[in-house]
Write a protein that binds this ligand. Structure first.
Ligand SMILES: Cc1cc2nc3c(=O)[nH]c(=O)nc-3n(C[C@H](O)[C@H](O)[C@H](O)COP(=O)(O)OP(=O)(O)OC[C@H]3O[C@@H](n4cnc5c(N)ncnc54)[C@H](O)[C@@H]3O)c2cc1C
Length: 289
């Protein structure tokens, strides 16, 4: 059961940030509430004041600006899965959004809430890494933009300051000719493993690639070194390289045993799914609309 709570509904970023600063530990930023209310109901988190940011107009924007999609933090998973601009410019991201949980969570949960909570068993962050996405953070002190790769720190940990809000996510389009695919493995609603691959092929050879893996360890990771290793190879050679790179993958991903699978199983399946995602993207059916 939840005790009595005060609800604040600021209409701009400075007001929201000021409330977070003034109330400190007593106040919590609240978007869809899919995670926050669950934690409070189970007594894992206490709060007296909820700072509901959904009245801030900017946080609901989806737009195509100068070769990049801009998505406000309060846009829901369901809106992202169905929005025409997202399906056109970042189809694998739209597909990943369609795989989140169930329709109830997709209608309630927001992209910002998902990224800021940074539960390792999440879908959107992994595919956003192959887009070289960046996040804009804002507070009373101003705004700063940082690559998503630098935003995630560790399990449930990001670079957000206590009075800072995630405002929007910039998602550049992939380079011309590059196609992406997202694959996930799950036993329950949350993914055990999520893999994003993007590839540009020239005469059957990988000219350029991007790879990211999520859910295996503390945070979603881009695998830049592995990208360099597979460039210049065929898809079947790349699959062989993935199978040989167990030690690199273990070091990069730091797999953990948990209720969703053993570390060894996740590591083995990472190699398999990377190969499948790459092949799907190379066949040009990776783009799912
Ligand atoms: C049953 C269940 C199944 C799920 N399955 C999946 C799944 O398969 N894949 C997946 O990816 N996710 C899954 N999720 C996670 C889900 O996507 C997130 O719960 C949701 O996106 C959180 O968004 P929210 O708006 O509800 O966040 P909230 O619960 O409102 O907030 C979560 C946290 O983020 C902070 N926060 C929220 N917005 C901002 C912001 N703009 N700036 C700064 N801080 C902010 C809050 O203060 C809080 O600490 C699942 C969740 C549940 C409950």
């Amino acid at each position: 059961m939840l005790g009595s709570l005060q609800l604040l509904q600021p209409t701009n970023v400075a007001e929201a940030s000021g409330a977070l600063r003034d109330f400190g530990e007593r106040g919590k930023l609240y978007a869809g509430g899919a995670e926050l209310l669950l934690l409070m109901r189970h007594g894992l988190l206490q709060s007296e004041i909820l700072v509901d940011v959904k009245k801030i107009e900017r946080l609901h924007r989806i737009a195509w600006d100068d070769d990049a999609l801009s998505v406000g933090a309060c846009v829901t998973h369901h809106a992202l899965e169905t929005h025409l601009l997202v399906r056109e410019h970042a189809p694998s991201f739209a597909y990943a959004e369609s795989q989140v949980a169930n329709v109830r969570v997709r209608n309630q949960g927001t992209l910002g809430g998902n990224l800021c909570f940074n539960d390792p068993h999440s879908d959107p962050g992994t595919v956003l890494l192959v887009h070289n996405a960046a996040v804009t953070l804002g507070s009373q002190r101003g705004e700063r933009q940082i690559p998503l790769n630098d935003f995630f720190l560790d399990v449930y940990e990001t670079v957000l300051e206590p009075d800072e809000l995630l405002l929007d996510v910039e998602i550049p389009s992939l380079p011309s000719g590059m196609i992406s695919a997202y694959l996930r493995l799950h036993r329950f609603q949350r993914p055990t493993l999520g893999v994003a691959a993007a590839v540009k092929m020239t005469d059957g050879i990988i000219a350029e690639s991007r790879l990211a893996v999520g859910c295996v360890g503390p945070r979603a990771q881009r695998l830049a070194e592995l990208e360099t290793k597979i460039n210049g190879n065929s898809i079947s050679d790349a699959k062989r390289i993935f199978a040989e790179q167990k030690n690199y993958l273990r070091d990069m991903l730091q797999p953990v045993d948990d209720l969703l699978g053993s570390a060894d199983y996740k590591l083995y399946m990472t190699g398999v799914l990377l190969g499948e995602a790459l092949e799907q993207a190379a066949r040009k059916d990776g783009v799912r609309k």
